[in-house]
Ligand binder design. Structure first.
Ligand code: ADP
Ligand code: MG
Length: 619
């Protein structure tokens, strides 16, 4: 056995660096957090080759005092806490004092920094943990870090990195998160010498959403606001039309940090449940401010996961805040005819397996600016924005949000062009029912919009709600089935029926054993009379289980009510004006008329402006 020796500091640093610095994005994260902690109001991040050859982070923060620069690179050197007790109240993003030491251990670092009190700045260089020189330089207030050739001295780690394109995409996505988490800071991102993102730092979250995610999303937001003593929620909930197929668009920040929390994710999705199809996830950008004593932020070394005290209460409040936002607005998906800049600006052909952010940035081709005047193209087929958004997110560079961009693009704040009043009772008499299209959709003109209502989805919704209401309020009459329906049930089903027979009876069913494994259904709630078949009962029973029934008393009602959907008028089916008018009457009065019980939209709308753009009356 070789003899035992304590490792030298350089080796310790290299090993420890591996825990903090995994890839270029980790360097950017640490440097941006430091800039934010230094109270910068503007931060510029520049990378080349995905950050492998160069990362530059420049801030206008407080700077590092001349005499402390070298110290800042020592492990466990921090200005942010002094003792372990301080940990409880820590308000800064970093406090472990490890980042700079780790970065310097595995790259070539140059820092130029100046505090407002000093007349000149300082340039300090350190490579692989070894100091390379210090000199006075002229510099503005603030700090610039240049990190070159990451992992130059740890080839094994370098091998683990992905392509420059993928690493660059990770950085891009991180910078976006940082920008979203700090609407008060102007964040600029330059990649391969091209500007990729520039937020204004004007505190306006919607501007940031517009800059990062583009117009489709910025135009479909509902404000979320909630305030109590220990919890504040601010931000935006995307309308269900911009739902996604994965959770990547559920952005939330807690006390300014990008963190993950199963509780918060669940609460958000719970609020969206009534409006969402299965396997769809919302867009949200929420800022939660929580009294620190209710949080345990330090459970995870990367500070990404966090735990709540009184989790149930927070869960309820988050659900409530998001639900309120969703309930306030009309949620009729709007049809867009234009594919917008997607066609003209998408410069990047993403690698098929690349994540969203990977598709975003790391241009191999020069950036193309969106054309201001639409090029003349052949007409495109109608496209419903909901459909479009269902596809895996298309993501591409966005026009930068700047004063110049504002002139050519509608300002983000003005994007909600249509304060829809379609559903208000006073509006009803101004709905002009134009007629039926394809034996399936009803066209309705109202103000400057055309609405299309899917008769099947609408009727399903109406029947479902009608039945649900009558079951819940017990305002039903039972209708006798003559002859009774005889069901043959399995032993498990028989047990379920027995256990919940009283519940069934309460909502208008009458059933009794009929010998052997058979049950006789003698009466059903009147709304279900026309659809009471054996098959439907089998379906109803299939859908029930002990856990379900025990979970929520409404579940039986809702299952029963969904049977009533079977009576809905189908598509491809002529319907009279009077019937359609009546259907609209009933639909528009519902609390949530936007989606059928299976989550499909009942109506969509198209603006006059869209049409006029399509006909090139306006550009
Ligand atoms: P931590 O952020 O955990 O304190 P770091 O290694 O990231 O540890 O930074 C060490 C110290 O260097 C910080 O505590 C801070 O005092 C100083 N520092 C780092 N970056 C900056 C910056 N951009 N502006 C001002 N001070 C900085
Ligand atoms: Mg730090």
């Amino acid at each position: 056995m070789p003899h035992i020796e304590v490792l030298d500091q350089n080796t310790i640093n290299k090993i420890a660096a591996g825990e903090v610095i995994e890839r270029p994005a980790s360097v950017v994260k640490e440097l941006m957090e430091n800039a934010i902690d230094a109270r910068a109001t503007a931060v510029t991040v520049e990378i080349r080759d995905g950050g492998l050859s160069l990362i530059r982070v420049t801030d206008n923060g407080c700077g590092i005092p001349e005499g402390e620069v070298a110290t800042a690179f020592l492990r466990h050197a921090t200005s942010k806490i002094r003792t372990a007790e301080d940990l409880a109240a820590v308000g800064s993003l970093g406090f472990r004092g490890e980042a700079l030491a780790s970065i310097a251990a595995v790259s070539q670092v140059e820092v130029i920094t100046k505090t407002p009190e000093q007349l000149t700045g300082l340039r300090y260089q350190i490579e692989g943990g070894a100091e390379r020189g210090t000199e006075e330089v002229g510099a503005p207030d603030g700090t610039t870090f240049l990190v070159r050739n990451l992992f130059f001295n740890t080839p094994a780690r370098r091998k683990f990195l992905k392509t420059a394109q993928t690493e660059g995409a990770h950085v891009a996505s991180l910078v976006e998160k940082m920008a979203m988490s700090h609407p008060d800071i102007s964040v600029r991102f330059i990649q391969n010498q091209q500007s990729r993102l520039h937020t204004s730092g004007n505190h306006n979250l919607k501007d940031i959403i517009y800059t990062v995610f583009g117009r489709d999303i910025a135009a479909n937001l509902l404000p979320v606001e909630y305030e109590s003593e220990i919890l504040q929620i601010r931000g935006f909930a995307g309308k269900p039309v911009i739902a996604r197929s994965n959770r990547n668009f559920e952005n939330y920040f807690i006390n300014g940090r990008y963190v993950r929390s199963g509780l918060v994710t669940k609460a958000i999705e719970e609020a969206y449940k009534p409006f969402m199809m299965q396997h769809k996830y919302p867009f949200v950008l929420l800022h939660l401010s929580i009294e620190p004593e209710y949080l345990d932020v330090n459970v995870h070394p990367a500070k990404m996961e966090l735990r709540f005290r009184d989790g149930d209460w927070f869960f309820q409040m988050i659900v409530q805040a998001v639900s309120q936002a969703l309930a306030k607005q009309e949620l009729i998906p709007e049809v867009t005819l234009e594919k917008e800049e997607k066609i003209s600006t998408a410069p990047v052909v993403p690698a098929p397996e690349a994540p969203r952010a990977a598709q975003a940035k790391e241009p191999e081709k020069p950036e193309q600016k969106p054309e201001k005047s639409s090029p003349v193209r052949g007409p495109e087929p109608f496209e419903v924005s909901r459909r479009k958004m269902e596809e895996e997110p298309v993501y591409q560079s966005r026009p930068m949000y700047s004063a110049a961009a504002e002139k050519t693009e509608p300002a983000a704040g003005q994007l909600d062009l249509f304060e829809e009043k379609f559903l208000e009772p006073e509006s009803r008499k101004r709905h002009r029912l134009i007629g039926q299209l394809f034996d399936t959709y009803w066209l309705v003109e109202f103000d400057d919009h055309l609405y299309l209502i899917d008769q099947h989805a609408a009727h399903e919704k109406v029947l479902y709600e009608r039945t649900m209401k009558s079951l819940k309020t017990r305002e039903f009459t039972s209708q006798l089935l003559n002859p009774p329906l005889i069901l043959t049930v399995s032993a498990a089903e028989a047990a379920l029926l027995e256990r919940y027979r009283r519940r069934f009876e309460e909502i208008g069913f009458e059933m009794e054993p009929f010998g052997g494994r058979e049950y006789a259904v003698r009466a059903v709630p009147d709304n279900l009379f026309s659809v009471a078949t054996k098959d439907l009962f089998t379906e109803l029973l299939d859908g029930l289980s002990d856990e379900l029934l025990a979970g929520s008393p409404d579940i039986l009602c809702s299952r029963a009510a969904s049977m009533s959907c079977k009576a809905a008028v189908k598509g491809n089916h002529p319907m009279s004006f009077a019937e359609a008018d009546h259907l609209m009457d009933e639909l528009l009065k519902l609390d949530n008329p936007y989606a059928c019980p299976h989550g499909r939209p009942t109506m969509i709308s198209m603006s006059r402006r869209e049409l006029e753009r399509k006909f090139r009356r306006i550009v």
